[in-house]
Design a binder for this molecule. Structure first.
Ligand SMILES: [Zn+2]
Length: 299
């Protein structure tokens, strides 16, 4: 099951207690994946979805908000639903949901949450958090997208809109924002799963960074050491270790004997021990001498 489907399953099982919230959630569902059809003076609500859990939730909400006891909404029931929404919608024509729902339906915070929950269940999806962070809500009309964005903003989150084909897509791309939105909608289990994945990923990235960094340091040490060894070999051949001052000679011999040791380790091996900067200084001197021999060769 995809992460998105899991979130929807969780949200579908979440039934708000207040009638205000039930109406807000129903309004989101009807507005975003439903249609009000007026035909031969009869009204009906068509809800289009492939997800059975959504249909089940829709009927549960209808039953709770309107005490409708069948699984099939008959004509008089439809009119009751429409009348209820109309009462909120004021003068707006009932079949015109393009501008989003009446703001009275989503004036309370609890109702805003319910509205977002209904919207995500019907028109939302999110990417697998293992692959990336993206959550979106697909709207048929600009007004709906703007209303959704406004509701999301009221919780301190910044969503964006893009036009994709003939749809207006409201989306969030940042993991922290997506976690907050799941929390607002009430998808607490999904939120925990997402957080766990996020932490896992962060730990893995940080370990990788550390490993890469260590590897880079080793390469650096090895490259520097092989250059030093090359210089020391030239000195031994062309100049002779015996002609070197004692401290440089000891350093040169130690480097040849321990080609893989770090400067700090080399310093500890010397007698008497020398600090890292002392080792560095002596090796630099040796390189300068070798460079001098090389340039003498050039002449
Ligand atoms: Zn409410």
């Amino acid at each position: 099951m995809s992460f998105s489907t899991k979130v929807k399953e969780e949200l579908s099982a979440c039934i708000p207690l207040g009638r205000h919230c039930q109406l807000a959630e129903l309004a989101a569902m009807i507005s975003l994946c439903g249609r009000v059809v007026l035909e031969n003076e009869t009204a009906s609500i068509h809800l289009q979805t492939e997800n059975r859990a959504i249909i089940r939730k829709y009927f549960t909400l209808l039953k709770k908000a309107f005490i409708i006891n069948t699984d099939v909404c008959n004509e008089s029931d439809t009119i009751r639903v429409l009348e209820a929404i109309k009462a909120y919608n004021g003068v707006e024509p009932i079949h015109d949901l393009r501008g989003g729902v009446n703001s009275l339906l989503v004036s309370r915070n609890c109702c805003k949450r319910a509205y977002l929950r209904g919207a995500f269940t019907c028109a939302g999806s999110m990417s697998d958090p293992k692959k990336g962070y993206h959550l979106e809500l697909v709207c048929n009309h600009l007004g709906q997208a703007e209303q959704l964005k406004e509701i999301i903003r009221s919780f301190g989150l910044e969503a964006r809109t893009i036009v994709r084909k003939k749809y207006y897509v409201v989306y969030l791309k940042e993991s922290a924002g997506i976690v907050d939105l799941l929390n607002i909608m009430g998808a607490h289990h999904s939120l925990m799963d997402l957080e766990n994945l996020r932490i896992e990923k962060e730990v893995r990235n940080s370990v990788n960074r550390q490993v890469n960094c260590e590897a880079a340091n080793i390469t650096k040490t090895v490259t520097a050491a092989s250059r030093q060894i090359e210089d020391i070999m030239i000195l031994r051949e062309r100049y002779g270790f015996n002609n070197l001052p004692d401290n440089l000679r000891a350093m040169a011999e130690m480097r040849l004997e321990y080609p893989e040791s770090s400067l700090k380790e080399l310093g500890e091996l010397l007698d008497p021990p020398v600090g890292k900067s002392g080792v560095n200084h002596r090796l630099r001197k040796l390189s300068e001498l070798a460079d001098k021999l090389r340039s003498d060769d050039g002449l």
